[in-house]
Design a protein around this ligand. Structure first.
Ligand code: SF4
Length: 385
């Protein structure tokens, strides 16, 4: 079935498993290749080369890969190499903890037994002692992604199981996500039997519905990366439903009501922002007129057109350098990029302080410890050391 794999991709599995109709519905929207995706592809290439070398240096691989790092690539930077070096070190440390590991990189993982045309690529696949590990590198610096029951990783696990179970009798599948730019990593373990049960009883039936354009339109946090998110009626309906709040009697909101509204607000906000961005883009690019709205020039601040020229004029008028210049060091991010992560830590670690973040309300399942809790005190103690 040519092209089928693109319809039910592993990366969109969270979406089509929850909103079955999204798979076909999304197809009418333009595919937008992004710079971030291209940067991610390059980071994966670098990771594969570096891991291959590390595996051969450590004796896990007989042959050292001959592929060379392309430092002329537009995305190459010292910082990128530093992040990947950190990732490689973590993966190698993990491999060293396993018994007689068999390590494969960039493996095609075919899970088409459950999802028509379904396959993906496992960045690192390890077989050892009745267990299978799949490690997924996510180079983006958007949001931390948890490996806990992550459908994309579970599908990769299924693909790996399909290939290696008959040879190695796998009982346990461990799934890992590494996000070096967010300094985040998470792992999830599931038995092979449970994974297959999920595939047979949940994935396969929903994949069948999704392929036929049947099943439900269901809005939720998975709408975030859906191509239809800007003008999907089901999402709009679900968000407007959120605003039809059933208030308890009395002049003041109750604590439960405020807690509930906070939970709904973030999805509502995101939806409104998506609509605003879509409407603006259409008006700007395609001259679209929205009833009751017009495109105007936004407010802007004055700025110098040529700073050197300004300095020349003022110095020529005998204004003093110290009066007209504000000398400022580059920001931490720029400096880290300039020096590279290692050098930055070596030279400046002791000069960097991290002020306490502004208190923020987040849902209870957020990983950060609650302010004033023992876990929060422990975190402060570790950071102070
Ligand atoms: S925006 Fe949400 S509800 Fe609409 S198709 Fe996409 S995932 Fe489904």
């Amino acid at each position: 079935m040519p092209g089928v794999h693109a319809i039910l991709s592993a990366s969109a599995a969270h979406r089509w498993l929850n909103c079955n109709q999204s798979a076909l519905f999304e197809k009418q929207y333009e595919e937008q290749g992004s710079e971030y995706a291209a940067e991610g592809t390059f980071a994966h290439e670098v990771a594969e080369i570096k891991l291959g070398r590390a595996l051969s240096d450590a004796g896990y691989w007989k042959e050292r890969p001959s592929r060379r790092l392309n430092k002329n690539n537009e995305f190459w930077s010292v910082a990128l190499e530093d992040y990947i070096d950190g990732y490689v070190a973590e993966v190698m440390e993990y491999i060293a903890s396993l018994k007689e590991p068999l390590v494969m990189l960039e493996q095609r993982l075919d899970f088409s037994k459950y999802v028509p045309g379904g396959f993906g690529t496992g960045d690192v696949v390890i077989v050892s002692d009745g267990a299978l590990d799949v490690i997924d590198l996510k180079y983006g610096k958007g949001v931390p992604v948890s490996a806990e029951r992550n459908p994309q990783l579970m599908l990769y696990g299924l693909g790996a199981l399909e290939t290696y179970d008959c040879l190695y009798d796998i009982e346990t599948v461990r799934l890992h996500i590494k996000q070096p730019r967010l300094d985040d990593a998470s792992s999830y373990q599931i038995s092979a039997a449970e994974l297959i049960d999920w595939a047979e009883n949940e994935v396969a039936p929903k994949a069948e519905l999704a392929m036929k354009g049947e099943g439900s339109f269901e809005a939720g946090e998975w709408c975030r990366f859906c191509k239809a998110r800007k003008d999907c009626r089901a999402r709009a309906k679900a968000n407007l439903e959120l605003t039809k709040y059933e208030f308890a009697p009395g002049p003041q909101l109750t604590d439960d009501e405020i807690g509930d509204i906070l939970g709904k607000a973030s999805e509502l906000k995101r939806w409104v922002e998506d609509i605003e961005a879509f409407a603006l883009e259409q008006a700007e690019k395609n001259g679209k007129k929205w009833p009751g709205w017009k495109l105007v020039e936004g407010r802007s601040n004055r700025r110098y057109s040529d700073e050197d020229k300004i300095a020349e004029i003022l110095l020529g008028e005998n204004y003093r350098e110290e009066d007209i210049f504000n000398k400022k060091l580059k920001g931490i991010g720029d400096m880290e990029r300039l020096l590279g992560k290692k050098k930055f830590c070596e030279l400046l670690a002791e000069q960097i302080t991290k002020p306490q973040g502004k208190p923020t309300l987040v849902p209870e399942n957020d990983k950060r410890p609650e302010l004033g809790s023992i876990a929060s005190a422990e975190k402060d103690f570790k950071e102070d050391k």
